[in-house]
Design a protein around this ligand. Structure first.
Ligand SMILES: CC(C)(COP(=O)(O)OP(=O)(O)OC[C@H]1O[C@@H](n2cnc3c(N)ncnc32)[C@H](O)[C@@H]1OP(=O)(O)O)[C@@H](O)C(=O)NCCC(=O)NCCS
Length: 169
């Protein structure tokens, strides 16, 4: 396994918000934005690990500001930490009014990806070495966030009602 820097896999993706991406208010739909975020973060995780990756979880999604039809969005995805087979990736989304050039930070989330083989079995990934204070803070925080999300995932599984468990699991 190699050791890689966040900058080795950082991914920047730009999209224009078109009519088919919006709701009846002319704002970018949350699900469409999540689709763009999933792609940008998957590219970052794939670059970091040089492996096929699948989305394992998404958390801390914040929609801070609506994005309007015709605006340009830029997504910046960076791997914050690699564990055994999983990687946490932070994505920040910025919206830009192309007429005025004004930009704002409108969305953020953490995605977790797992590197897998062709049969879907988890595979080990390259480790991450932070290079500056910002990356170091994200790196250290990732451990606590991982504990929380795994605990919450376990709790959700454990608290499925019996009838739902019987019918679907
Ligand atoms: C993600 C997945 C591969 C994990 O498989 P699994 O059999 O649970 O594997 P394990 O329990 O051995 O866990 C493997 C890794 O996944 C992580 N993981 C599992 N569930 C997780 C969750 N809910 N959130 C975050 N990480 C999770 C584990 O922490 C572990 O990480 P580590 O190796 O770095 O310690 C499997 O659940 C899966 O294929 N899910 C569907 C993925 C998918 O279809 N995504 C959408 C399309 S890409």
């Amino acid at each position: 396994m190699k050791v890689r820097k966040p900058s080795d896999s950082m991914t920047r993706m730009t999209e224009m918000v078109l009519p088919n991406d919006t709701n009846i208010l002319g704002n970018l739909m949350g699900g469409r934005l999540m689709h763009f975020m999933d792609i940008a973060t998957a590219i970052a995780a794939g670059r970091h690990s040089s492996r096929v990756v699948v989305t394992a979880s998404v958390d801390s999604v914040e929609f801070r500001s609506p994005v309007r039809l015709g605006e340009v969005i830029t997504l910046i995805a960076r791997v914050t930490r690699a564990f055994n087979s999983s990687m946490e990736v932070l994505v920040d989304v910025f919206a830009e009014n192309p007429m005025t050039g004004q930009r704002r930070h409108c969305n953020t989330a953490f995605f977790t990806f797992v590197a897998v083989d062709q049969a879907g079995n988890p595979l080990p990934v390259n480790q991450l070495q932070p290079e500056n204070d910002f990356e170091q803070v994200l790196f250290e925080g990732a451990l606590k966030r991982r504990e929380l999300r795994l605990a919450m995932a376990a709790e959700r599984t454990a608290t499925l009602p019996d009838d739902m468990h019987a019918e679907f699991c």
